[in-house]
Design a protein around this ligand. Sequence first.
Ligand SMILES: [Cu+2]
Length: 655
Amino acid sequence: MLIFKSVLPAWAAFAFFSSVDAILQDKIVTITRTSIFVTCPTTSASSLIHSTSVPTPQSPSSNIPPDISGTFPASVRQSSNFNSGIPTLSIPTLSTSELGSGHSTVSKSSNYCENTPTSRQCWGNYSIDTDWYSTVPDTGVTREYWLSIENTTLAPDGYERYTLTFNGTIPGPAIIADWGDNLIIHVVNNLQHNGTSIHWHGLRQLGSSEYDGVPGVTQCPIAPGGTMTYRFRATQYGSTWYHSHFSLQYADGLFGPLILNGPATANYDEDLGLLFLSDWSHTSAFSLWDSARAAGPPSLDGGLVNGTNTYNCSASVDPNCVGGGKKFETVFVPGKRYRIRLINVAIEGHFQFSIDGHNLTVIANDLVPIVPYETNSIVIGEGQRYDLIVEANAEPGDYWLRSGWQAACAANQNADDMTGIIRYDASSTVDPVTTSDITITSNCADEPLSNLVPHLAMNVGNFSEVTQETLSFVFESYFMWTINSSSLYMNWSDPTTLRVVNNQSTFPTEYNVVSVEQTNPSDEWTVYVIKDESGIGLSHPIHLHGHDFWVIGQAEGAFDLATSELNLVNPPRRDVASLPANGYLAIAFKKDNPGAWIMHCHIAWHASEGLGLQFVESPSQITMALADKEAFEDTCVKWDAYTPTEIYLQDDSGV
Ligand SMILES: [Cu+2]
């Protein structure tokens, strides 16, 4: 269903670029593609949406190394102890051997409660009421995954093009873990002429900031042919994704689902996994980059729903328009309640998602469970997630599922065709005839803040000042966004984190470093207001790494510290929120996670155009275990050894 055939067994040369310094796609790397996953068989998400792209979990005893000859050193191939080298987090835990659902070795507390379709608020000895910022189940489970980054010719919508993939598919394979598990993820860069770096979106990386995956911030890129092993703990739960944070790579297909099982604020019968909404181009994002930054982002060719769609090739003489694309489809059983983990991974585009004839119950925003609310459509910006419950309570039939492209936010050439199909009869093959009564809004805003009420109520604590940052732009030979007059540009060879652990306290201006120093460990917060004074008239989905932030203000118009209203009482809490056009976004976060954390716009073009800054938080407390530091430095040594032979030089912010 979702694995696309690799159309060309051997590669032809592609010529995408007009300038010699652009980053170009790699030549084919011959790989016998076998995706191997080694997990404990405990996950409760059925991930039906990914059923054909997720290999059957293997037991640890069948720890088969990936079939990529020579890629993994013997020590990795033969490792049977997945706990070795895992960072130890100073998080209080309630017990030393507790798990969520499906485990038999749990020491059960008097509050023990099984997570079932009628008790989704339960999670063993924990629950939806547990404060996950301070308490994490000690599952004792480590899950190990291998991701191979490859360039592959695919035709996701029936138009064949060069793509970048994890293990050959778009989206990549699902990484699934339980709340509290340790994760070890080996990333192999099988590209020949590009570095890479993988980010685990929304994860707090408490005590493991060096595995946040941002090139130039938390690591050097992984050189071609190289491997990097990311090690961190799932201290949160919910729906998120992993993606390349290297330049524009995720726009060419480098993204995949990351599901962390845990409790929920409403009951459901079946977990359908991540549902990816995206726009999609028929050429590489890198081939569009020069014109995008010189003349503005292009109108892309169409969109995908979970990596698939149909593009009309009937009248085309373009040899790449091969046809054969498919609509995303899933089948509902009448009366069942389905959990859909919705995500927007567009390069540039907002969606107003809906399913004809069905209501949506919203139970989480990003990695934060919320008080459930019901709606007939939901607005979702780039990088955001909403967990939805959909009850199969309509008259049995075929129904359109609509991404709901918001044309006022960005242009697209097939905006009305970003659809999938919900069927009640698996044997049906007809297109639905249903219509939508949704009016697509034009303001590119987030869901109303009043709808997004965190279930675990938390107020903003002590802060001493409100820092204001100004978003604007400069246009020299091309367009660059600026924050406080500086456009972000990261030196891939000189990552912030390495500077910090080597006790360097100064940073280049273009690193856009904002210092955050914790002086009172008990309860100290920082408040930032980003004001759009660019006059461009676009809203920006602002994403912060390393923290959930409290959305304390979000409005059009000028910010005035004396008169603008800031809500400090259980405001929405998440990791991406919209900065309204010509308006402001005010956020607060607790100074509780030492690290170098980038905050950037999640419109891919804008991040490449320098719309970002980085918080260097409590640098004296950023520590790295010796093995992690050695691995860090090894990645940099290999990157530095590669760069003299680099063909495609950095020509954007780097992130
Ligand atoms: Cu932006």
